[in-house]
Design a protein around this ligand. Structure first.
Ligand code: FES
Ligand code: FE2
Length: 325
């Protein structure tokens, strides 16, 4: 067995809400085949504007609804013999050449919601219904804030590993060449699907020198909002989602918005810093293995706290996290 396989610990897919598209990328009546959670899916937007996700293979002769399927009102029509499936229930509602519809003619429908500029799907390894939710962020509907810029990437990584990066203060010095170690306030509550980290530091900004605070909120393993606060009347928000494609690949998406008075001054720079920052992590993520029992030392308390919190999102146990003697 190759060394990589020996060293790598399998990490199952986490349960939770994951983005499958930017809202603005799917218009009314549009049908998109997508692949996430190791599954093929069909995503579409009904005529009344609701995003829907179904299993794509027609129960009739197995055609893929995402390749040639057509939105008809609130249903999607199979490209092969025109059976129609309701976007919410997945039930077949119409067969043009048959009076009777077989009772079991249905495809699996996934729980979907749309907010904060993304279409979200609930994934659970045992197909349990949604167990928690996350908030709407006011910045996305505030006319004082800029229309969000978007950016996305496919990475060879795991949802947990990319998320863990945020909780790894030491790497900011070595990978991102930060001059100071990140020190912050953090409370992981294993009974909550949300946690917050805040860091404050004196910074020069286009508006002068201020004590800036980075407030990072996460809901589950796939969803993080980072707000930059401290300049009166101005702010930045970076909202990101990471979705498993399969075992070892993820799709990360970002939306960036800022108060209108910041757009010209910070908009481009902010976007450039973000993409450069993620690129610095690429090589590490792409080439690393996952360790379910990492050897941690003093100073790795954040990592240990994060790992303990992260366990709640898995159906099966995912390893131990103790600081080594
Ligand atoms: S395969 Fe879908 S209607 Fe026949
Ligand atoms: Fe990083």
């Amino acid at each position: 067995m190759a060394k990589r396989e020996l060293e790598h610990d399998h990490l199952p897919l986490p349960n939770g809400w994951f983005a499958v598209a930017f809202s603005r990328d799917v218009q009314d009546g549009e049908v998109v085949p997508v692949e996430y959670f190791g599954e093929e899916l069909v995503l579409f937007r009904t005529r009344s504007g609701h995003a829907k996700v179904l299993d794509p293979f027609c129960p009739h002769l197995g055609a893929h609804l995402g390749h040639g399927g057509r939105v008809m009102g609130e249903t999607i029509r199979c490209p092969f013999h025109a059976w129609q499936f309701d976007g919410t229930s997945g039930q077949c509602t119409h067969i043009p050449y048959s009076e009777r519809i077989p009772k079991k003619a249905r495809v699996r429908s996934w729980d979907v919601q749309e907010k904060n500029g993304f279409i979200w799907v609930w994934y659970h390894s045992e197909q349990k219904p949604p167990e928690w939710d996350f908030p709407e962020l006011p910045e996305f509907s505030d006319s004082e804030w800029s229309p969000p810029r978007q950016f996305d990437l496919i990475l060879d990584s795991y949802v947990q590993d990319t998320h863990e990066n945020n909780n790894d203060p030491v790497h900011f010095q070595y990978v991102h060449k930060a001059t100071q170690a990140m020190e912050g306030d953090i409370h992981y509550d294993p009974d909550s699907t949300h946690y917050r980290i805040t860091n404050s530091s004196e910074q020069e900004t286009p508006f002068g020198t201020f004590t800036m605070t980075l407030v990072r909120d996460s809901w589950g393993l796939g969803l993080t909002a980072v707000r930059s606060e401290g300049i009166p009347g101005a702010g930045l928000l970076m909202y990101s989602s990471t979705t498993p494609i399969n075992d070892g690949q993820v799709h990360s998406r970002w939306l960036l918005t800022c108060s209108n008075n910041m757009v010209d001054l910070a908009g481009e720079e902010f976007m450039a810093n973000l993409t450069a920052g993620v690129e610095q992590d690429f090589d590490i993520w792409k080439n690393k293995v996952h360790r379910s029992r990492p050897m941690l030392c003093d100073g790795d308390e954040y990592l240990a706290g994060f790992r303990r919190w992260a366990r709640q999102f898995y159906t099966e146990p995912v390893g131990a996290v103790e600081v080594a003697e």
